[in-house]
Design a protein around this ligand. Structure first.
Ligand code: ARG
Length: 569
């Protein structure tokens, strides 16, 4: 597809000697509205070289440009404004849309480079609760976006399956646990035991020693300890997988913290070799003052390693195994310091790849008062939230059936696609760093800026295409698309690639969510003001081809945020 901006760079590069192509590219702006042009180039910086008034420079350059890619090139004070030729735009979009179908706008930025995306990473034996929703959904979307752009992604679930708390759980299970009872309702039962052992160890130092002893046994691979730990992991994962299945999320690796237990000694050795590790009251720490960071504890005084020690080993392992262009961690903003320290430690260890480590933080999710109750107690389980979303959509669909007096096909499947899609959409609608309050009303509305709305527009286009007898073989004429709403749609379609590229550069899936919503809204306006299925065959077919491309891009936009696009709603 034609790249108008690059064409402008080429034209100006020939005319302006004092600026490089790169400088020209960086200076090109997008005016606030189309009346001022599609692109603008400010000439202020040329005034010194040309020794002329900028307005005169702008008008001289503008007048000297003669290109059929632009309808007109005008100067306005110190700016040169470029108005793209709508027919060229239309021709390009229609051709690309016809030829590439669902690959419309796909650009191979990644060129097969590996990118590790770590997300979700819940802690074993702990509830998979509403707080985990963000990492899971943002991470999955980033993975999809990187995949779309030609990277080879590796999705990792860095399970919290190690640490002294497993010594405590083992003791608690041995003392009070009933494996049958736990198996039936694993997470809440394990949570109960964990709360109990915590309370008891507060009172009883001997018990604390016992817990430590059992964690030590686990580290030494004592059979009984390992068996119990494995079992805890298994029953927990079974629960977590229910949520992943509902989300339609898969991981390439579940290598969690325990995977690195035998890889830590080598890292400690390297830390010592690089001179970064110092003794501090029996413990071992790394001083990070020169990074403006507090010191980081690496080995506790009882010799046990901690969370960050395992992260050092994990980062190194990922580097060796995947040689990634980036190693992305989608983890909440509470852990900003942790990842700053991790990167600084890797630098201290003289690992020259430390810059591949990228922390993608996000704000907190809170619950609107009283909106989320749970049958399982105080914690809000993610599984319950998803089930509730599906149930609510099911209710809405049933009401519709009654109103319309006809049955909806695949109602259950549709309720899942819409309910779960709505939760993901809402989650990815804002800048990730912002805190937000989960609201059922906002999530499940069928109009406004919601998942169901965008899905609905998509389904509407599907039925329109069917009704109009759309076929890729039909003859079209790009110059017939001249209504304002049509040109706006063409412009928006043209921007799709750039939006996805921006989203990957800034790790912001919400760019895609907003874009897709805007495209759906624009389409709706078009649909409401323009008759698409008209008498004139060629005009009808050209309009339908535009609709087909809009449909494909909405579908891909939704896919990039992990939302399905049903064809009937
Ligand atoms: N399991 C941790 C938690 O739930 C998150 C792990 C984040 N990833 C990492 N590599 N440290 O808080």
């Amino acid at each position: 597809m034609i790249n108008f901006k690059e064409e402008i760079v080429k034209i100006l590069d020939e005319k302006i000697e004092s600026l490089s192509a790169e400088e020209i590219r960086n200076a090109i702006e997008t005016p606030p509205n189309y009346e001022m042009g599609d692109y603008a180039f400010p000439v202020f910086s040329l005034a010194k070289v040309y020794r002329k008034n900028p307005a005169i420079i702008a008008s001289e350059i503008a007048e000297s440009i003669d290109s059929n890619l632009f309808e007109k090139v005008e100067s306005a004070s110190a700016y040169i404004n470029f108005f793209i030729n709508k027919d060229v735009l239309s021709e390009n979009i229609l051709e690309e849309g016809k030829e590439r179908g669902s690959d419309f706008g796909k650009v191979n930025v990644g060129q097969g480079r590996n990118v590790v995306v770590e997300y979700s990473s819940p802690n074993i034996a702990k509830p998979f609760h509403i707080g985990h929703i963000r990492t899971t959904i943002i991470g999955d979307s980033l993975k999809r976006i990187y995949d779309f752009l030609g990277y080879n992604t590796i999705a990792i679930n860095h399970l919290g399956d190690y640490g002294t708390q497993f010594g405590m759980l083992i003791v608690a299970i041995k003392k009070w646990g009933d494996l049958k009872v736990i198996e039936e309702n694993p997470i809440p039962e394990l949570l109960k035991l964990y709360v109990q052992i915590n309370a008891e160890t507060e009172k009883d130092p001997a018990l604390r020693d016992e817990c430590r002893y059992w964690f030590n046994q686990l580290e030494k691979e004592n059979e009984e300890a390992v068996e119990l730990w494995k079992w805890i992991k298994e029953v927990s994962l079974k629960e977590f997988n229910k949520v992943y299945d509902m989300f339609g999320i898969k991981f390439d690796s579940y290598n969690g913290e325990s995977f690195y237990s035998d890889k830590m000694p080598a890292e400690v050795e390297q830390l010592e070799k690089s001179g970064a590790l110092v003794d501090s009251e029996g413990a071992k720490i790394v001083d990070l003052e020169k990074y403006g960071l507090p010191p980081s504890l690496i080995i506790k005084s009882d010799g046990s390693t901690i969370y960050i020690t395992r992260d050092i080993a994990a980062a190194h392992y990922r580097h060796e195994t995947y040689k990634p262009y980036k190693n992305i961690y989608v983890v909440g903003s509470q852990q900003i310091l942790h990842f700053q320290q991790l990167k600084a430690i890797l630098k201290e260890m003289e690992y020259d790849w430390s810059d591949e480590v990228v922390h993608v933080p996000f704000g907190m999710v809170s619950l609107e008062e009283g909106t989320l109750s749970t049958r399982k107690g105080r914690v809000v389980y993610l599984e319950d939230v998803l089930n509730k979303a599906v149930d609510k959509v099911e209710e809405i669909l049933t009401e519709r059936e009654i109103q319309k007096g006809e049955k909806i096909e695949n109602k259950d499947e549709l309720a899942k696609q819409v309910g779960i899609g709505a939760v993901k959409f809402q989650e990815l609608f804002n800048q990730r760093i912002k805190d937000y309050a989960f609201s059922w009303d906002k999530t499940l509305a069928f109009d406004g800026e919601t998942g169901p709305y965008v899905q609905y527009v998509h389904a509407r286009i599907c039925s329109l295409l069917e009704k109009g007898g759309f076929s890729l073989e039909n003859e079209v004429d790009p110059t017939l698309l001249s209504e304002e709403a049509e040109v706006n749609l063409l412009r928006t379609l043209y921007n799709f690639s750039d939006v996805v590229v921006d989203a990957h550069e800034k790790y912001e899936p919400y760019f895609v969510t907003r874009y897709t919503t805007e495209l759906a809204k624009q389409f709706n306006k078009y649909y409401n003001t323009t008759q698409i299925i008209v008498e004139d065959e060629k005009l009808k077919n050209t309009r339908l081809l535009l609709c087909y491309i809009v449909k494909n891009v909405i579908k891909e936009g939704l896919n990039l945020i992990g939302v399905e696009a049903p064809e009937k709603m």
